[in-house]
Design a protein around this ligand. Structure first.
Ligand SMILES: [Mg+2]
Length: 397
């Protein structure tokens, strides 16, 4: 089949706030083929910047937009997806947003290819099985311990057995303030649920500050301390994880969502001493690149976990990536209440089974359906025009 169209939908809530909440907007990408099939993908980056990478005018041989690279191309096999992903990378060699932007098309190409061949994506990318994963409810800390406790209570009511709290006031007050927040989450979840903490890069390169929290949070039974430091502070990460291990502190060090391309993730896995590498399929360049990271993590004995704070389209794409690795048994599961994100797939894409576990679907493609009514409801009307020529105009899905 041939790629006939690439459609771009910039969707957003009416009111965008300054919380660290990635479920407020999105760029959704649809790839349509000449045999009447369509596949869907989603990017986790600034939607309009990513959209532009699909339509902007050529600057020179290494700045050519993604649409130009993909339209009219043949898509019949997994090798074709990889070839086209690489072609987009060559056309956009000097586009810094390339990996973020092409992620949506890459995911959509895997989806449409799966529908074409009648196979789930996890099989097409080389897995033999789709193992169950424990979803952890992923939420932001409340503004104080009481609010955090209430959020934890709501997670228990929704029968999650694991949760991650992040950002918000974490690291903005004293050590005692941070401990009170994590303790409130633990009190709400109870002693048995898995609890993870996401520090949202708040300590920058300050290993001492991160280590103090690691020690304190280990006492509260926290599975991992996520992004205590900025992604690029590889040396500081290594110093932190060495210290945690040398002193037998029972907590993992997690990071990697800031890895914007495979090489950055590889650097973190090789040099930062991570226990958990967290990859966003919508940032790192799609399923193709994320799978390379999962394979490498498997080789190195580091646990791969998805980073996902978008719709269930992204949750589904993320789980296919590491479906066949039984030891990678945790999955991030956005548990906020964004109407945009909850509505984007219909019905909600990845259901928890009676044991509360999830797995990548056996249906052809990603196995989730996009809700066109939600695209219509939340779409921002965009028109990009240069010298009277319209490069892009939002259209109905
Ligand atoms: Mg995070």
């Amino acid at each position: 089949m041939k790629i006939e169209a690439i459609d771009l939908f910039y969707v957003a809530l009416t009111k965008i706030t300054r919380t660290a909440d990635g479920t407020q907007d999105s760029l959704v990408v649809r790839v349509r083929t000449d045999n009447g099939l369509e596949g869907w993908g989603e990017c986790d980056a600034s939607p309009l910047v990513s959209l532009t990478a699909y339509v902007m005018p050529m600057s020179h041989s290494n700045i050519i937009n993604i649409r130009e690279a993909l339209l009219g191309e043949t898509l019949d096999s997994p090798e074709d997806v990889v070839r086209l992903r690489n072609k987009a990378g060559e056309y956009g060699l000097d586009i810094q947003q390339l990996d973020h932007a092409v992620a949506g098309a890459d995911i959509a190409m895997w989806d449409v290819l799966g529908k074409h061949l009648g196979e789930p994506v996890w099989k097409l990318i080389g897995h033999d099985a789709s193992y169950k994963k424990l979803p952890y409810a992923s939420v932001l800390f409340g503004d104080d311990p009481a609010e955090t406790r209430a959020i934890a209570d709501s997670i228990v009511e929704r029968e999650f057995r694991a949760a991650k709290f992040g950002w918000g006031p974490m690291g903005r007050g004293s050590l005692a303030d941070d401990i009170a927040l994590v303790q409130a989450a633990r009190d709400g979840l109870g002693p048995d649920a898995k609890l993870m903490v996401d520090a949202g890069v708040i300590w920058g390169d300050d290993v001492d500050a991160a280590y103090e929290r690691a020690v304190a949070f280990a006492d509260i039974g926290v599975t991992w301390l996520e992004e205590p430091l900025r992604t690029e502070e590889i040396g500081a990460y290594k110093a932190l994880s060495d210290r945690v291990r040398a002193n037998d502190i029972n907590i993992g060090v997690a990071g990697g969502e800031g890895a914007d391309y495979f090489r950055a993730a590889d650097d973190m896995m090789t040099n930062a001493g991570l226990d958990f590498v967290q990859i966003d399929v919508g940032r790192i360049g799609g399923i193709t690149e994320a799978k390379r990271v999962a394979d490498k993590a498997h080789e190195l004995g580091i646990q791969y976990v998805n980073h996902t704070f978008k719709s269930h389209l992204s949750v589904a794409a993320s789980i296919h990536v590491f479906a066949g690795y039984e030891e990678f048994d945790l999955t991030e599961y956005p548990a906020g209440d964004s109407a945009l994100i909850l509505g984007l797939t219909a019905p909600t894409g990845i259901f928890r089974d009676t044991d509360g576990l999830v797995r990548a679907s056996d249906k052809p493609g990603l196995g989730v359906e996009v809700n066109l009514a939600a695209i219509n409801e939340f779409q921002r009307q965009v028109k990009i025009e240069i010298d009277g020529e319209i490069l892009f105009e939002s259209s109905q899905p």
